[in-house]
Ligand binder design. Structure first.
Ligand SMILES: Cc1cc2nc3c(=O)[nH]c(=O)nc-3n(C[C@H](O)[C@H](O)[C@H](O)COP(=O)(O)OP(=O)(O)OC[C@H]3O[C@@H](n4cnc5c(N)ncnc54)[C@H](O)[C@@H]3O)c2cc1C
Length: 477
């Protein structure tokens, strides 16, 4: 099976030479009946005006969400507010960031974006999230290597990731199910995000050239490392499903993160091999791959993944992101949608297509088995929330296979409003963790992203809101 798959995947790569293959795939969501986002199955969405109104209320700034944070965390938000006051200040901060000494970064911003330095520190973050109504998380041991970082030790990453699953994610998920008093299906799974660049030395070259003789063995070694982690997840799901047959969603899920575009061919191949091995038909999905919707070919890519899954008899799990590498992509004009509006439209179309697909069945029979709506965008989150809140789907157990995710430290007002005002349970935070020096690149991307999203939750409104909450707390003003 793996051999056939590898062969198929090589033919099916996204490189320009095989573009005609993508064009020949017919079931792209562009052609799906939901392309205007007005219906979901037999469910009507609110009108665009109502949707915009709801989305605006989701984004509404109030100081309420800041009350959940400690004084130290509030100080960090104050710093982020100052750094994002306007574009020139932000650009200056981004330029200076690589030269800022690590102790300063650690003291000022590390703790709001990162969950801890070791597995042992993660339970504190988990507890803090539970207090805010966030019942699970997507852990990511963040040791970035896409730019040739030689500090990567794949054995360490595999061992620590497995430890984070066994010592942290599984006990936390089971404990939350027990303690919450809620239905077993309403608690989202625990996720572990896997960075493909962490599983082998010289990862960028291996992912770029995985089809060549020189790199094939190294790529196989990368896949083997990922399989070690995914095997732990798969076995845990199998065993826990026997103990808790009433749960339809998986308990733990491995998610393959998407990297910059030139590495993605190798990442897609890795995802396909993991899907084939661990996402068995009629069983909950253990592996979720990532689709970057800013890519102009993402619709065709999803159709291709469906085709391969059908042909090779496995299920798909999908994390939909817009994409984090827009600032560093060399061929941006060729590969990324030309406007933000196009990316947004493509994201929402893809999302409603996947939701529709998952909710078209109430068991584990459908091709797309699990979706993570990984976004801070108010309209996308409102669309997803409307679908899940619709009465027509209340009895559908596959609602639990659709989960909303935001990054720790980002869009906290939106996360708060989703939980408090929309009573959303299916929500998680992406929690990067690891040695501070290794997470520096991740932190830089978060800073850049703040520039894309200079919205109500940063800049001057954030500075003002933090000052209000802090002064009330400290001097009762
Ligand atoms: C749980 C989680 C997991 C994630 N995992 C990954 C991952 O594995 N790989 C990855 O790449 N990213 C990942 N991300 C980051 C994600 O891609 C960014 O959070 C996202 O880009 C921000 O978009 P948004 O959906 O929050 O919406 P918004 O803030 O509304 O959109 C901003 C995004 O729109 C796109 N955009 C902006 N301007 C333009 C333009 N002019 N033309 C075209 N497109 C434009 C860019 O993608 C930009 O980042 C993850 C995010 C979350 C929440």
């Amino acid at each position: 099976m793996i051999r056939t798959l590898r062969h198929t995947a090589v033919r099916a790569s996204l490189a320009p030479r095989v573009a005609p293959l993508l064009a020949s795939v017919t079931r792209a969501f562009h052609e799906s009946p939901n392309k205007h986002n007005t219906t979901l199955g037999n469910v009507n969405y609110p009108s665009p005006v109502a949707l915009k109104h709801d989305a605006a209320s989701l984004e509404k700034t109030s100081t309420e969400y800041l009350k959940n944070f400690t004084n130290g965390e509030l100080l960090s938000y104050f710093v982020i507010g100052l750094a994002t006051l306007n574009k020139p200040i932000l650009n200056l901060c981004i330029k200076m960031f690589p030269y800022v000494p690590m102790p300063i970064i650690r003291a000022l911003v590390y703790k709001i974006y990162c969950g801890g330095e070791t597995v042992e520190e993660l339970p504190v973050t988990a507890k803090r999230l539970t207090e805010r109504g966030i019942n699970n998380m997507m852990l990511s041991l963040t040791i970035e290597a896409c730019n040739g970082n030689d500090n990567v030790d794949p054995d360490f990453i595999v061992a620590e990731t497995k430890r984070s699953i066994k010592d942290m994610l599984i006990p936390h998920t089971l404990n939350t199910i027990k303690e919450s008093g809620k239905d077993i299906n309403s608690i989202p799974p625990g996720y572990v995000a896997l960075k493909p660049t962490g599983f082998v030395k010289d990862a960028a070259a291996v992912l770029k050239n995985y089809q060549t003789e020189e790199y094939a063995a190294k790529f196989d070694a990368l896949v083997a490392k990922a399989e070690e982690v995914c095997g732990t997840i798969y076995e845990a799901n199998k065993n826990l499903a026997l103990e808790h047959p009433e749960r339809t969603a998986p308990f733990v899920v491995a998610v393959i993160d998407a990297e910059k575009h030139e590495l993605q061919e190798g990442v897609y191949e890795l995802q396909r091999r993991l899907y084939a091995k661990f996402n068995k038909p009629n069983m909950p999905v253990s592996i979720v791959g990532t689709l970057q919707m800013y890519l102009s070919q993402s619709s065709e890519l999803l159709a291709l993944e469906e085709k391969l899954a059908r042909e090779n008899n496995y299920r798909l799990g999908i994390k939909l992101v817009r994409g984090a590498y827009i600032h560093s992509e060399k061929n941006r004009q060729e590969i990324i949608h030309s406007t933000k509006e196009n990316t947004d439209e493509n994201y929402n179309q893809g999302m409603t297509y996947c939701i529709d697909s998952i909710l078209s069945d109430s068991g584990n029979g459908n091709l797309i088995g699990h979706l993570v709506v990984a976004s801070h965008n108010d309209v996308s989150l409102t669309l997803a929330t409307h679908a899940l809140a619709n009465e027509a789907y209340q009895g559908n157990k596959n609602r639990n296979n659709i989960v909303l995710g935001q990054l720790l430290g980002m869009a906290d007002n939106i996360t708060h409003n989703l939980i408090k005002n929309y009573k959303v349970d299916n929500i998680i935070k992406y929690v990067a963790w690891g040695p501070p020096l290794e997470t520096k690149e991740y932190l830089l991307r978060r800073l850049e992203e703040n520039g894309d999203a200079v919205k109500n939750d940063n800049g001057w409104p954030l500075v003002k809101a933090v000052t209000q909450v802090l002064s009330k707390r400290l001097i009762g003003a």
